[in-house]
Ligand binder design. Structure first.
Ligand code: FMN
Ligand code: EPS
Length: 394
């Protein structure tokens, strides 16, 4: 089982994650993980914090000589901004300074419900952990999951498909080609025309002191038939993916395959009809010979992967900290005020597409481990090969 916890405040010394479940014998380097950390930090529309941080991971346990040991893996990403916050975020009583308390709650952030729930009069005690800075280390966890999946030919790619109301059109090209288009794009979208308009939208929002949200899409290729299960609600892979995407800060909607569009379309046009061709049996990606001509299901039926490409989308709301003040109330004086901001992102949808990619990878890795087990990559590979053999004989 793949499980992990993250820890760390946004302006504390570091972000930490402990990951358990990766079998022994997986090749892993810090450089490989750093590629995703660099991607997450990029993307047009981010604020000045990203100029301070240079996220790089350190592997502090569970890896020896470039290979996993099967023991828990500790990942650390330092916060460079800590240098400006060491006393303000200090664990020591002698640094207490209530004059710097944040008492103004931002609408759309965790500030007010968090302060009330945890009995804090300083909103900083909430915002430090509710901040999406946490995703700096979650993406490192996701990079481990992606490395594990890659060992079995499974690839996970995230990108932006809508931003500030501008929709991207997907070209009819291979997954490999799409990956290249997204990699070359500052917004991680595959549509250069839409990207131009999206950048203009971000510039407009920036000039107005406003913020924007959008929609990200994650596609997973090489997923075998049979991950997840229909037999219990919490084993349904669609439900698990939805929870994973929804766990990203500011995500407010998830859809799989045709998603909400399926609700507006008659069944005859939604369900992917089933065909069989013996000549396809055993060809790459098709051990059984069963095939579909469409993929409105997004690779999942009954909470079980059906062998088609997995397609998950998530909707991100606009960033809640705005330079244009929103009305709110001081939590101590109860006086009305209009929120002021020192620093914030205008739009973090591109960064969030990398986060979505990694949370989906973690869920698929977990489902893959459940089905094929194994304490070493060699053992998992044997189990997987035997399952594929069974499917070919079906
Ligand atoms: C990559 C990323 C960057 C974010 N940057 C900011 C930011 O600069 N300012 C802000 O107020 N919220 C930002 N958010 C969103 C907040 O963290 C989020 O809205 C807040 O934690 C409240 O949670 P909720 O929106 O899920 O209810 C960001 C989210 C992500 C995923
Ligand atoms: C630090 C990151 O994102 C932060 C997420 C965030 C929030 O409220 O979620 C608020 C901002 O933090 P700060 O107030 O320090 O500028 C973002 O910069 C990051 O993505 O690494």
């Amino acid at each position: 089982m793949f499980r992990y916890l993250t820890a760390g405040e946004s302006h504390g010394p570091q972000l930490t994650a402990i990951v358990e479940g990766i079998p022994a014998g997986l090749k892993l380097t810090e450089e490989q993980i750093n590629q995703d950390l660099i991607r997450r930090q990029g993307g047009y529309g981010r604020g000045d914090r990203m100029k301070i941080e240079t996220d790089r991971v350190r592997l502090l346990s569970g890896v020896r000589w470039g290979e996993t040991l099967g023991s828990p893996i500790t990942l650390v990403v330092e916060n460079h901004d800590w240098a400006n916050w060491d006393e303000k975020m200090s664990p020591y009583e002698e640094h207490r300074d209530e004059s710097i308390a944040v008492t103004r709650a931002r609408p759309g952030h965790a500030d007010l419900p968090g302060a009330l729930k945890y009995n804090h009069r300083d909103v900083r005690n909430i915002l430090e952990r509710s901040s999406a800075r946490e995703t700096g280390v979650r993406v490192a966890v996701g990079a481990l999951a992606k490395a594990y999946l890659a060992a079995f030919g499974i690839r996970v790619d995230g990108c932006v498909v809508e931003l500030g109301g501008v929709k991207a059109t997907r070209p009819n090209v291979s997954a490999e080609e799409l990956k290249k288009l997204v990699a070359a794009s500052p917004l991680y979208t595959y549509d250069p025309a839409a990207e131009k308009d999206m950048i203009a939208m971000i510039d407009w929002a920036h000039s107005e002191g406003n913020t924007l949200g959008g929609v990200v899409e994650v596609r997973v290729t090489g997923v075998p038939i049979g991950l997840g299960s229909h037999v219990q609600w919490d084993r349904r892979l669609d439900a698990r993916l939805a929870a994973a995407v929804m766990s990203i800060q500011a995500f407010k909607g998830v859809e799989i395959g045709a998603g909400f569009e399926a609700a507006r379309t008659p069944g005859s046009k939604v369900h992917d009809e089933i065909f069989y061709d013996a000549a396809r049996k055993g060809t790459p990606g098709n051990p059984t010979g069963f095939y579909r001509t469409g993929n409105n299901a997004g690779g999942l039926e009954g909470g079980i992967s059906n062998g088609e490409e997995l397609v998950v989308r998530g909707a991100m709301k606009p960033i809640p900290t705005l330079y244009t003040p929103l009305k709110s109330v001081d939590i101590v004086t109860k006086e009305a005020y209009e929120a002021t901001v020192e620093r914030s992102d205008v739009c973090a949808v591109p960064a969030a597409s990398v986060v979505a990619e990694t949370v989906v990878a973690i869920e698929i890795a977990n489902a893959f481990m459940e089905k094929f087990g194994g304490d070493s990559i060699a053992e998992t590979s044997r189990n997987y090969a035997s399952y594929l053999e069974y499917l070919r004989e079906y």
